[in-house]
Design a binder for this molecule. Structure first.
Ligand code: NDP
Length: 275
């Protein structure tokens, strides 16, 4: 039987591990799948997606900067995708395009996997781009004590707060961060690679703060190193989130949930050996 065709669209996309991850899931479950990475032009996502579907594409992941556009192009949205305003998983169903967002699932399962507590936690989310937007509905469901969105460009944090106006969320710029009582800080900015970190004050971290960086790389990220130096309780990167969100997408397409843990281990080893 011909393999069903899937794809991840982004710009840039060369760095994507999604084709490898989905191939591991397919191997685990004995599923025949073809999964490519596709560089869509910044102003040409819609056309690239239409061509993929016309050529028999069955589903796709969407990464930066196209998640909001994928949301607009979806004919039907899952509750979580509708609330977030961003789509990272598309399924083709006849002539309808179904949009979902699995980033929140990936984040929450990875936080629990690392022993973080979410109930009654004071949470600081750094960043107001597609990744931050995508995880907010899932975070809100976790009965947090508070959620603050802080962004380099404060107006974007305020816009995001406005989007989720049914919920009690605070928003501010980095320079307005004065609270010291955060139990969990999530870096959803793209400042995390190499020695970079978002320009936030060290006072946001206390000895009970759990820090999570959505960015991942072979070595601890710049943000993780900084959190550690500021005395955080624990710091972890976003590799588990990446595999978790992919597993949830896979389950949407194939109705079967693959095992996450062995794929996280293998991917960590690949990164550490420079592959
Ligand atoms: P976007 O481009 O939509 O948003 C980027 C965000 O980062 C904005 O809030 C921007 O702030 C901020 N930012 C960029 N550079 C800096 C800087 N130097 N200092 C402070 N803030 C900065 O990207 P996404 O939201 O889609 O992705 C954010 C990160 O999360 C990426 O690194 C991505 O790889 C990662 N990610 C990881 C996932 C995983 O599974 N592990 C899943 C999804 C994303 P401003 O508004 O001021 O420009």
């Amino acid at each position: 039987m011909k393999a069903r065709q899937f794809c991840v669209f982004g710009n840039p996309i060369k760095q994507s591990r999604s084709p490898w991850i989905h191939q591991q899931f397919a191997n685990q479950l004995g599923i025949n799948l073809e999964y490519q990475a596709s560089l869509a032009p910044i102003n040409g996502f819609e056309q690239t997606l239409k061509t993929f579907i016309a050529n028999g594409g069955a589903g796709a992941n969407v990464t930066a900067p196209f998640k909001e556009e994928a949301w607009r192009l979806s004919d039907h949205l899952s509750d979580i995708a509708r609330d977030s305003g961003a789509v990272n998983t598309l399924s083709v169903n006849g002539d309808r395009l179904l949009g979902d967002n699995t980033d929140g699932y990936g984040l929450i399962t990875d936080l629990y996997r690392h022993g973080a507590t979410l109930k009654n936690a004071n949470v600081l989310l750094l960043g107001a781009g597609g990744a931050a937007r995508g995880v907010i509905p899932a975070l809100i469901k976790e009965q947090l004590a508070s959620l603050t969105i802080a962004n380099r460009t404060a107006s974007k944090a305020h816009d995001l707060k406005q989007h989720f106006s049914d919920f009690s969320i605070q928003s501010c710029g980095f320079d307005e961060l004065t609270d010291t009582g955060y139990d969990l800080i999530i870096n959803a900015t793209s400042a995390g690679l190499a020695a970079q970190k978002p320009d936030v004050p060290a006072t946001i971290i206390n000895p009970n703060t759990f820090c999570y960086d959505m960015v991942y790389q072979a070595m601890p990220t710049g943000f993780m190193q900084w959190c550690q130096a500021c005395g955080a309780l624990q710091c972890t990167d976003g590799l588990g989130m990446l595999v978790g969100q992919a597993a949830k997408s896979f389950s949407i397409w194939f109705g079967q949930m693959p095992e996450i843990e062995p794929v996280i281990q293998q991917l960590r080893e690949l990164l550490q050996t420079g592959k």
